[in-house]
Design a protein around this ligand. Structure first.
Ligand SMILES: [Fe+2]
Length: 190
């Protein structure tokens, strides 16, 4: 890892300034992902239409609330490590490595198919961040692992709508959010 020039003036006891900065950098990526997820969940909450409207509309608000709590915990861990967390929309857009959610007004199954892909991406990156912090900082690792449990539960809530009685997912094999939405809506019609 390249040596940083903008090291924190302090970090948590027992960590070097370099390690504190490295953990904060990993967390900043998760902060962007969780802020983006909370906004995307609200966007779906407002744009879902059709016969399953109320089920999906109401399922999403507790997820928004939980993800916002994760945002707060991650940002405060960054500050605790002696680094300034970045929570502005401009910073998210400038630093994120994924595209904006691409679906506007659409049916429940289409949004849930796309949301399956969204959760897939967020959870994979969260797992990777948890693995990277395992040696560096057990407290951050514990925070991320706890969040993973909740994120995976919410992912299951979404996937249960896309699952056949045989246990297969209609979005299986999709590589993009739009592809997942198309597969999910085709699966619902077959
Ligand atoms: Fe609402």
């Amino acid at each position: 890892m390249a040596r940083r020039t903008d090291l924190p003036k302090f970090t948590v006891p027992s960590l070097t300034a370099e390690d504190g900065a490295a953990v904060a950098t990993i967390l900043q990526g998760r902060l962007h992902a969780l802020n983006d997820l909370a906004l995307t969940l609200k966007h779906i909450h407002w744009n879902v239409v059709g016969p399953h409207f109320i089920a999906v509309h109401e399922m999403l608000d507790p997820q928004v609330e939980a993800v916002r709590a994760m945002v707060d915990a991650v940002a405060e861990r960054i500050a605790t490590l002696g680094v300034a967390p970045k929570g502005t929309p401009g910073a998210i857009v400038a630093e994120r490595t994924w595209d904006d959610y691409s679906i506007g007004r659409a049916g429940a199954i289409e949004h849930l198919g796309a949301l399956d892909a969204v959760y897939q991406g967020v959870i994979e990156s969260h797992r990777a961040a948890a693995a990277e912090t395992e040696e560096l900082d057990a407290v951050t690792n514990d925070l991320l692992v706890g969040e993973l449990g909740e994120l995976e539960l919410f992912h299951w809530f979404v996937r249960a709508h896309l699952e056949s009685s045989g246990g297969a997912l209609s979005t299986n094999g999709a590589v993009t959010e739009r592809g997942a939405a198309t597969k999910a809506s085709a699966g619902a019609k077959s």
